[in-house]
Design a protein around this ligand. Structure first.
Ligand code: SF4
Length: 364
């Protein structure tokens, strides 16, 4: 363990990528970066992170901001639940810890959105404590180093990996470099396909390499296919180009975000679209058939969305809704990613329809 730890730390100090939170690893910046990096690649995270910490430079600024502002700044990064929990957690850090993130993993884990991995990352990277981390990259590296036959997503497999990660971080002299070295090795060298084993700093200790099982590690349990949810979306347009957006309730699908009105549909998508129009208020009338289709994957569900267009007679927005002119108006709100996709499809269909109406038919 000590040899592996030493080799990893030395390699990390040489090979690490320059990232804004690594250059200035304050607890707040490490926390924001770790929450953003859950389910998102670091390359994607970087510009969002830079914008976010300029807009909300510390816990106090985040805690006093409105949820709307936070969601608008997060817009485009997806998985908005993370932003809502970050905002809630910032308020708790102010209430419970006077605005300074605690170092103890137990206190960190008491904050919304902070699980064992994130607590370990903040404790080790920002505070230098020997706390383990276990994300997808670390799981892959450790499963190969150990030539682990147990599925890494099983309870037993996870338990074993946490134990190994803990032993490793306690064996090394620099918990921050060790943990980041493990993650960086998984991202740059011990990659899912075609790992660069000849360039690996811990190849001497790797059990999967001599066993010829690298491509079969890590083992995963068979995945269940996501549940398909037929859905209808209504793009309600006003004469001046504005569309109707509705604020979703705080908990549930796209909680707290603005989106075009959506509804789960049964066998008849059109009936569901008409019912959705009626629920918005008098005079919202569905126009024509399906304008397009969009698919949107959530963690355990696949939304298969039939997009309809509709018109509204009055200028007044129904309760909980507002008129927004895309694209500029959308950029100022926290808008669900799916809404951008739906509007793209609906606008494309409208342009195509207008073009057909303008060009005379060939048959005269
Ligand atoms: Fe991964 Fe290859 Fe290094 Fe083993 S030798 S840890 S498989 S990169």
């Amino acid at each position: 363990m000590r040899e592996i730890a030493r080799a990893l730390i030395a390699w990390y100090r040489e090979a690490r990528r320059t990232l804004p939170w690594r250059e200035e690893p304050t607890p707040y910046r490490v926390w924001v970066a770790e929450i953003m990096a859950q389910q998102t690649r670091l390359e994607t995270v970087q510009p969002y992170f830079e914008r976010f910490v300029v807009r909300f430079p510390d816990v106090a600024a985040l805690a006093t901001a409105s949820l709307d502002d936070v969601l608008a700044c997060w817009s485009g990064l997806g998985y908005y639940r993370r932003a809502r929990m970050l905002h809630r957690a910032a308020r708790l850090v102010v209430e419970r810890h006077g605005g300074a993130l605690p170092a103890e993993p137990a206190a960190l884990r008491a904050l919304p959105g902070v699980g064992r991995y994130t607590a370990g990352a903040i404790a080790s990277v920002a505070f230098g404590l020997p706390e383990p981390v276990l994300d997808g990259n670390v799981k892959r590296v450790l499963a190969r180093l150990l030539d682990l036959e147990q599925p890494v997503d099983s309870a037993g497999g996870e338990r074993r990996l946490w134990t190994e990660a803990e032993a490793l971080v306690r064996a090394g002299g620099d918990p921050s470099a060790l943990n980041q070295g493990l993650m960086e090795l998984g991202a740059l060298v011990c990659t899912p396909s075609s790992p660069a084993c000849p360039a690996c700093p811990v190849r001497e200790a790797c059990r999967a390499l001599p066993a010829g099982t690298v491509s079969r590690r890590p083992v995963r349990s068979a995945r269940r296919a996501p549940r398909v949810q037929p859905t209808v979306a209504l793009v309600v347009g006003r004469g001046d180009g504005a569309v109707l957006l509705r604020r979703n309730p705080p908990e549930g699908l796209f909680g707290g975000l603005w989106s075009v009105p959506l509804r789960a549909s049964g066998p008849s998508a059109r009936q569901a679209a008409v019912a959705l129009g009626r629920s918005l208020g008098q005079g919202v009338v569905v126009q024509g058939g399906v304008a397009g289709r969009v698919e949107h994957a959530l963690t355990h569900r696949l939304l298969r969305v039939a997009v309809y267009r509709a018109g509204a007679p009055g200028a007044r927005a129904p309760r909980g809704c507002r008129w927004v002119k895309p694209p500029a108006g959308l950029g100022r709100l926290g808008v669900a990613e799916l809404t951008w996709k739906i509007l793209e499809v609906a606008m494309g269909a409208k342009k195509e329809g207008d073009r057909r109406r303008r060009s005379p038919s060939r048959s005269g």
